[in-house]
Every structure is written in structure tokens, then in C-alpha cells.
Design a protein around this ligand. Structure first.
Ligand SMILES: Cc1cc2nc3c(=O)[nH]c(=O)nc-3n(C[C@H](O)[C@H](O)[C@H](O)COP(=O)(O)O)c2cc1C
Length: 243
């Protein structure tokens, strides 16, 4: 298994101690990206990635290799400490640069382990936000480990081991889980936007070129009967609303 670690902390301390513990439960190759070292400039809000294509982003040369590494990995480990009750600026800036993936989801066979540390509060909400972001990207399943260290040099070893082992089992099984109803809704919102009268050019091209436009959900993920019907209804409704 190939694991990619994206560390959203500017340093290798509390959150990294949790990563190190998680790694003791995982077998495979690891690659690390310390976001602090990548020096991605701030997103300047030019909209080029969304409207014209991610290759038009002025920071494409820095962002693209990271996205490619996510594509190559079997499992992603992504981390953030809580900063002012939210993710770090490093993670937020990376998520801003990848906002186009909301429009053009692609990581349907990927699984992640989200690791969040905090002094006292905000860890559950931050993990939830990171989970939602990855699900918008298409991620099939995200496991979460959060911990409030209360300013001490401790980690939640037992919980880390338990969750990391589940993650390892899930990644190596290659089994794809049925998506949540909200994932089906978002997929079909973007799909309907791509076939609308006045679509975003880059979105239309992506949905058509990948063939996703023809599917209720990514074809490698099984929906089952009821979710299949639900997807069709959402798509039909969204086409009407967006028109
Ligand atoms: C700029 C900054 C903002 C922080 N904001 C919060 C916060 O809102 N709530 C909280 O409980 N801890 C907060 N913390 C504490 C960190 O989340 C906590 O120490 C974390 O474990 C640090 O992880 P690291 O060692 O990987 O950097 C903050 C720390 C810093 C440096």
C-alpha cells in the first residue's frame, strides 16, 4: 500500500506525534508532504481553476504535483492542528487551491485518515470540515482521529491504534463503500450543472470526457436500488432547478 501524508501543521510536534503512532499500525510505503515547505502562495481568487481548468491556476506548478500524489496513493493521511477553532491556514490555502475538485470530483476510490490535534476545543468540528471537503472531492471513506492534549505532551495511543488499524484494513481491502445520501446529492448537483444550458466550460469538459455525466454516481461505487432511484430523482430535480 502507498500512503501519502499531508501535514497541515507548520511544525512536527503534537499532530505529528499522532501521525507517527498511526504509522506503526500501517504497512506500506510512505511519502510526506510538509505543506509548510511547499510554499503554495495564497489563492488569489482568480477563479481560473474553476472556470478555465486547474492548469490555468497561477500556482499550478506547486499545487498540481500534490494532487498527482493523492491520485497515486492508496491511502491519504491528512492532518491539521486546530488554529482559532478551524484548520490551519496551510490546510485552508491548500483546500482553496483545490476548490475546483468540488466541481469535478475524481477521488472515488480513495480513503483517508484525518488526524486533528488541539489544546482543548474545536477538534471534532475541524475533523468534520476536513471530512466534508474530502467527500466533496469524491473520497469514498474517511477515518478520523482527534485529540485534545490540554497542553501536555500526550497522545491518545489506544484510539490512534484502533482507528489506524481499521484504516489499514479498509485501504487494503480495496472495498468501496456505498456513498452517503449527501454525497449523492452533491455529485448530482455538479453533474446537473455540467449539463445545464450555460455550464462552466471546464466542468462540462470534465464530466463529458470522464463519462461521469452518464452515471448516477461514480460507476466503480455501487449505489444499490434505493440510492440509485434517489440519485435519479436528485439529478432530474437539479436539472429543473438549475435550468
Ligand atoms: C495560532 C494557534 C491557534 C490555536 N488555536 C487553538 C484553538 O482555537 N483552540 C484550541 O483548543 N487550541 C488551539 N491551539 C493549540 C493547538 O491546536 C495545539 O497546541 C495543537 O496540538 C498544536 O499542534 P502541532 O504541535 O502539530 O502544531 C492553537 C495554536 C496556535 C499556534
Amino acid at each position: 500500500m502507498k500512503y501519502l501524508i499531508i501535514n497541515g501543521s507548520p511544525r512536527k510536534k503534537n499532530t505529528w506525534a499522532m501521525v507517527k503512532q498511526a504509522k506503526t499500525n500501517l504497512e506500506g510505503e510512505f511519502e510526506e508532504i510538509q505543506l509548510m515547505k511547499t510554499k503554495i502562495p495564497m489563492c488569489n481568487g482568480c477563479f481560473k481553476c474553476i472556470m478555465e481548468g486547474e492548469d490555468k491556476c497561477p500556482h499550478f506548478e506547486t499545487v498540481h504535483p500534490i494532487v498527482e500524489k493523492i491520485k497515486e496513493a492508496d491511502g491519504l493521511i491528512i492532518t491539521s492542528p486546530v488554529y482559532a477553532m478551524n484548520v490551519t491556514g496551510l490546510i485552508k490555502n491548500f483546500f482553496d487551491h483545490t476548490a475546483y475538485i468540488y466541481h469535478r470530483p475524481e477521488f472515488f476510490d480513495k480513503k483517508a485518515l484525518i488526524i486533528v490535534s488541539t489544546a482543548g476545543a474545536g477538534h471534532k468540528n475541524v475533523a468534520k470540515y476536513m471530512d466534508e471537503t474530502l467527500r466533496h472531492w469524491g473520497f469514498n471513506k474517511n477515518h478520523k482521529i482527534t485529540y485534545a492534549c490540554g497542553g501536555k505532551d500526550t497522545i491518545n495511543t489506544e484510539e490512534i491504534n484502533k482507528t489506524a488499524q481499521k484504516f489499514q484494513k479498509d485501504v487494503s481491502s480495496k472495498k468501496l463503500h456505498s456513498p452517503k445520501f449527501m454525497d449523492i446529492v452533491f455529485y448530482n448537483v455538479w453533474r446537473a450543472m455540467a449539463v445545464s444550458k450555460d455550464p462552466i466550460k471546464a466542468d462540462k469538459e470534465y464530466w463529458e470526457a470522464t463519462g461521469l455525466v452518464n452515471y448516477d454516481f461514480a460507476p466503480n461505487v455501487k449505489l444499490g436500488f434505493f440510492k440509485g432511484i434517489f440519485a435519479k430523482i436528485v439529478f432530474a430535480m437539479m436539472k429543473k432547478v438549475i435550468k
